[in-house]
Design a protein around this ligand. Structure first.
Ligand code: NDP
Length: 404
């Protein structure tokens, strides 16, 4: 039915390619392209062996718009799924506009030289996509992505007004490495070393990184120390659900991880400005990424689960109500299915679902959209079918107290 072009052959790109291949009634032709073609070829061989599906591969530097346009013209896809890095969002959006194809990604644009991520750059493309009759779907992974769908679902079915939102993200897995990040190390470390930020009473409250934390109870896992971080979906959620008085994002970190991170920061290894080393310009964080384990190498022998969900408090029919919607995902199970760990899986499966809903017309509309702006029901239905079962509790008090 549809020809897709996937850009990026890391942990997430691999899962997207596997899951598209497993849904070959919708994705009838798949091309996986990335900076290093050998990684695409390795994934293609795995897909052929595991699922008996043949996909095409290609090399591209997605920072170069002309090269992206040439690749799109030769592959002729309906949609480009961008699961490279956030730096590539704008060049790939430009290429999609020039070549006249739809676009989607899983992380918002970030300039390379400033650790600053916000939607303004991509929202600025809205009119151009609308006028071209093309759609761009932003941030369709798990968080961002499924967390916005959960919030939209709660808003549609359970609330007349939502007041408080806490997104709670736990990885209780063990990959057996002393220190590794579960998705691209450079992007991950830039995100968590920034000051934290949350929304309260109409404004952003900025806090020192990792300064607000408490144990939160995760279903099937137990209590885990969780830290308030700024996370990009908060920006679009407070815009699209303006009744929210408070919106926060919590993520778990183990003590060993935080200690490693503190040391790396103290010795300057997380810096993103170039330093001179033996006559060369070296960016310490890029060098650090090169020596850390790659996210797509963590899957084998990874045990334990992730648990990500939305805790919401608000009002329905004049009465106060609480709602918790979440998914738990098991590292070993996802490895068996697609050779990827659960963090790549929980990002790649929603990306495939978003693509599927666009291609089947269910979510197709010209313009630039965040996930909560589209009908959540078909997305939840697909999550239940595609390996990410959705659980919910309404008005059941949680061990983690809802905000006052
Ligand atoms: P990886 O580092 O494992 O993979 C990134 C891939 O992009 C690599 O194959 C890399 O190629 C390729 N790439 C980088 N630059 C270019 C370029 N200029 N042209 C072509 N290809 C390029 O990252 P992940 O798979 O872990 O993450 C992918 C994306 O998913 C990131 O944007 C990340 O922020 C996002 N993400 C979103 C989540 C969500 O829930 N929404 C959660 C986790 C991740 P090479 O191998 O040659 O370096």
């Amino acid at each position: 039915m549809a020809n897709v072009l996937i850009i990026g052959a890391g942990g997430v790109g691999s899962v997207v390619a596997h899951k598209c291949a497993l849904n070959s009634d919708v994705f009838t032709s798949i091309t996986l392209a990335s900076r290093t073609k050998s990684k695409c070829d390795r994934i293609a061989a795995e897909i052929r062996e595991m699922h008996d599906v043949t996909i095409q591969t290609a090399q591209v530097d997605a920072d170069v718009v002309a090269d992206m346009v040439a690749l799109i013209r030769s592959v002729n896809p309906v949609l480009v799924i961008n699961v490279a890095l956030p730096y590539q969002d704008l060049p790939i959006m430009d290429a999609c506009l020039e070549a006249g194809v739809h676009y989607m990604d899983t992380a918002n644009y970030e300039p390379k030289d400033v650790a600053k991520f916000e939607y303004s750059w991509q929202w600025a493309y809205k009119e151009r996509f609308e006028q071209a009759g093309l759609m761009a779907l932003l941030g369709c992974g798990f968080d961002p992505g499924a967390t916005q769908v959960f919030t939209a679902y709660a808003n549609k079915h359970y609330f007349d007004r939502m007041d408080y939102l806490d997104i709670v993200d736990c990885n209780a897995g063990n990959h057996g490495k002393a220190f590794a990040t579960n998705f691209n190390p450079e992007i991950n470390i830039r995100e968590i070393t920034q000051p934290g930020r949350y929304w309260e009473n109409g404004e952003w409250i900025e806090i020192p990184a990792m300064s607000i934390h408490k144990p939160i109870e995760y279903p099937g896992i137990g209590a885990r120390e969780s830290y308030v971080l700024y996370h990009e979906e908060l920006e679009s959620l407070v815009k699209n659900f303006p009744t929210l008085k408070r919106a926060r994002f919590w993520m778990t970190f183990g003590q060993a991880y935080l200690t490693h991170l503190e040391v790396l920061q103290n010795v300057g290894m997380t810096r993103i400005d170039p330093i001179k080393f033996q006559g060369m310009d070296v960016i310490p964080l890029e060098f650090l990424k090169a020596v850390l384990p790659a996210p797509d190498s963590l899957g084998e022998n990874y045990t334990g689960q992730t648990s990500i969900g939305c805790q919401i408090k608000g009002v329905k029919d004049g009465e106060e109500r609480t709602c918790f919607i979440w998914n738990n995902c098991d590292h070993a199970e996802t490895y068996r299915e697609v050779r990827g760990q659960a963090v790549s899986y929980t990002t790649g499966v929603p990306a495939m679902i978003g693509a599927m809903l666009m291609l089947t017309g269910v979510w197709m509309k010209p313009g630039v959209w965040n996930c909560e702006e589209l009908d959540p029901d078909p997305f939840i239905e697909q999550m239940n079918k595609q390996g990410l079962p959705v659980n919910e509790r309404i008005n059941v008090p949680l061990p983690h107290e809802y905000p006052a």
